[in-house]
Design a protein. Sequence first.
Length: 186
Amino acid sequence: MKNTLKHLILLLSLISLPGLMLSQEKAGNKGIIQWYSFADAYKLNKKKPKKLFVDVYTDWCGWCKKMDKETFQDPETAKYMQKHFYCVKLDAETKDTIVIDTVKFVNRNPKGRGGNNQLAVELLRGKMSYPSCVFINEQNQELNVVPGYMSAVEFAPVLHYFGENAYKDVKWEDYIGSYNKNEKKK
């Protein structure tokens, strides 16, 4: 009986493995959002302008992992992000040198623990808080940094505020009030 059960489990796992691998390939192993390096998104933005969304995280950050797993995996959130932004994942503590045009951003502590890459420091204006979401316009100008974990529901108005260019004409306080009223009507 035990051997039959083991064989059945093995057979089921082998049958589902190709489908799982195919879905991970399509999703790029990181969910349904296509994530770019900062340098690649910057280049894409030069060719076909689109806002950048930068998720600044660290490997040790539990809230970063929760936001990856819950917020960024939400189908509505992911679909909206794909449509309106080049999405970037930036490990604030990366030891890699990041080159944007001719400017090199390095981690000043490449052999030690911790230490932040200069690009992350620049984007977060030295306020190293994780996760942090950075919104950048089509001209590669930073619009705002939004620190902290947000659920998909909390994150939606923030995405729409920048994605729909409401930030150009409407104060956040006014926008969030009208956004919440519109959502309640749905």
